[in-house]
Ligand binder design. Structure first.
Ligand code: SF4
Length: 554
């Protein structure tokens, strides 16, 4: 389609108003003010309806990042649900549990805060706007623009196309945003970040493949006295089999609210791996049930997290480009925490951007300063110390726990350094391979959803506030539907119908046969399908801006 597009120019383009993007904008404004510089033009955009609407995490936040960015964050009213008051770790058997007599140091949470990440992000956006930088919510990036090997900006998503991609009467072409530097802070597995990795191959040249967990959570209101504000409970074991990675959490948020969730490794050999089902199973365990039973579920969400750590971080910069937060793998896998690291990455990117403005040079020569700052920062120390944590679990839970203990004694290296990993989808076995390996057919739990305590995917999606206009091209692009309806059905049994936590993918009757049917309007933007599809024929692209989940208190 030949389309005339508006061209907007800015000095700094920040894509993503999560903790990393907002920290970048905030710090730039503060540096400019402190050094009496001329305020650059900053365009901060986000695909969600408002800043924070797509932000989802457990979450227990280490305050180190926010304290460095905004030292008086508490006085300014940062929404902290509760300071952590108690910490415990439990191994779950199917019907019983064993409380660890001590907490592994990597999981100590004293001094940390239970937060709702989406509330915290909305508050951080208000602090940024108070410094004169607007957040343009509802504006989604479609593709990265690269000219002569240099990133020059992005194109935003076209609005008002029908399902076939034809213009409707309300058609509005996406704009070209030209920027001296584009800072990608899109969160996990962002679509522009993916473009960057595909088009600028040196970004991943020295990294091993990223690995991911899908976390599924609900927020509950429970009867008085079930859990104290600031009570932090982590679990390993049930319902994950010993050979698969993952674990659960229960956090007391105060006012009888509880964040409960379960994270499942996407490197599972089981083609019926279903993070949503695992989470519902988790809620049946007595440790969880005694807290939730009799309460009511308020909110639902699901999201992937990058958990391979330091060795999977990409090169952080290119000509005209910097990568921050989850987009660059800033997450400590031993603690499963990334908010403080995302904020720190934003601080360092902001300092580099201001230096680039002063030098009027946005080439790699100046932007390499971002990497130098990272190398000299507490963020690097923390990431490096946990560099082999996830890789230690490659042979299962027990060897992983032993290796994690050895890592504590060896400063993070453990028994090996830098274990090469495959991409998550390469670990999935076909039904036949699974049978050969484990002697049983792949399966998943079968639960009766009463939609009062155990929820089916559609009821959960409703509680995520997800909205998409139906009349638009599918943002789940399947490059080869034939594979879905033939080869994948025979070999893997269509894993997408299991791993998607929002029932976007369903096999429906088609005469005497079945075929894949998509309902993209259910999508909670978790990115699991793009990562876990064994044939890599699913590509998640941004839908129209302002759509997707509308998380509240998540
Ligand atoms: Fe997640 Fe993909 Fe399902 Fe959307 S369609 S909810 S991105 S798995």
């Amino acid at each position: 389609m030949d389309i005339e597009r508006e061209i907007l120019e800015t000095d700094i383009l920040i894509v993503g108003a999560g903790p990393a993007g907002l920290a970048t904008a905030y710090k730039i404004a503060k540096l400019v003010e402190a050094q009496s510089l001329e305020m650059p033009e900053i365009l901060l955009i986000d695909k969600a309806a408002y800043a924070g609407a797509h932000s989802l995490s457990g979450a227990v936040m280490n305050p180190r990042g926010i304290a460095e960015l905004i030292p008086d964050f508490k006085e300014l009213g940062a929404p902290l649900e509760a300071e952590v008051t108690a910490d415990s770790m439990h191994y779950l058997f199917k019907n019983s549990s064993l409380k660890f007599p001590f907490m592994p140091p990597s999981l100590h949470n004293h001094g940390n805060y239970v937060i709702s990440l989406n509330k915290f992000t909305t508050w951080l956006a208000e602090q940024v706007e108070a410094l004169g930088i607007d957040v343009y919510a509802g504006l989604a990036g479609y593709e990265l623009i690269i000219a002569d090997g240099k990133v020059t900006g992005i194109q935003t998503v076209d609005m008002g196309l029908d399902k076939e991609g034809e213009k409707r009467s309300n058609f509005e072409p996406g704009s070209i945003i030209q920027a001296k530097v584009t800072i990608l802070c899109e969160g996990v597995h962002g679509s522009l970040t993916r473009h960057a990795f595909e088009k600028i191959t040196e970004l991943l040249e020295n990294s091993i493949p990223q690995t991911y967990l899908t976390g599924v959570k609900e927020v509950w209101e429970v009867p008085e006295g079930r859990i104290n504000a600031g009570d932090v409970i982590h679990t390993i074991g049930y319902p994950q089999p010993l050979n698969e990675y993952g674990g659960g959490w229960i956090y007391g948020m105060g006012e009888n609210k509880v964040s409960v969730g379960f994270a499942v490794g996407l490197n599972s050999p089981n083609p019926m791996n279903d993070p949503h089902m695992k989470f519902q199973q988790y809620k049946m365990h007595p440790v969880v049930k005694k807290i939730l039973e009799g309460g009511s579920m308020l909110h639902y969400g699901a999201k992937t997290m990058p958990d391979n750590g330091y060795y999977s971080m990409p090169k952080l910069y290119h000509d005209g480009l910097m990568l921050c937060g989850d987009s660059a793998g800033f997450l400590n896998p031993a603690k499963l925490k990334g908010v403080h690291l995302a904020i720190k990455s934003g601080i360092m990117a902001a300092e580099t951007a201001v230096e680039a403005l002063q030098a009027d040079d946005f080439s790699q020569k100046t932007l390499a300063g971002y990497k130098t700052k990272f190398d000299n920062s507490w963020a690097k120390t923390e990431m490096y110390q946990s560099r082999n944590f996830h890789a230690g679990f490659k042979s299962g839970l027990i060897p992983g726990m032993i290796h994690a203990s050895i890592q504590m004694l060896t400063g993070g290296g453990g028994l090996f350094d830098r274990k090469e990993s495959k991409r998550d989808h390469e670990y999935m076995l076909t039904k036949d391979e699974y049978m050969q390996e484990f002697g049983v057919e792949p399966s998943k739990a079968s639960l009766k959803f009463d939609n009062e305590y155990l929820f089916d995917k559609l009821t959960n999606v409703y509680k995520s506030g997800t909205m998409h206009e139906e009349e638009q091209p599918s943002h789940l692009q399947i490059t080869d539907f034939d594979i879905c309806n033939t080869k994948c059905k025979e070999e893997y049994g269509n894993p997408c119908q299991h791993f998607c936590p929002a029932q976007v993918y369903e096999m429906v009757e088609d005469g005497a046969d079945t075929k894949l049917q998509l309902t993209p309007s259910n999508c909670v933007h978790c990115k699991t399908c793009d990562i876990a599809d064994p044939y890599q024929v699913i590509r998640w692209v941004t839908p129209q801006g302002g759509e997707g989940p509308n998380y509240t208190n998540c």
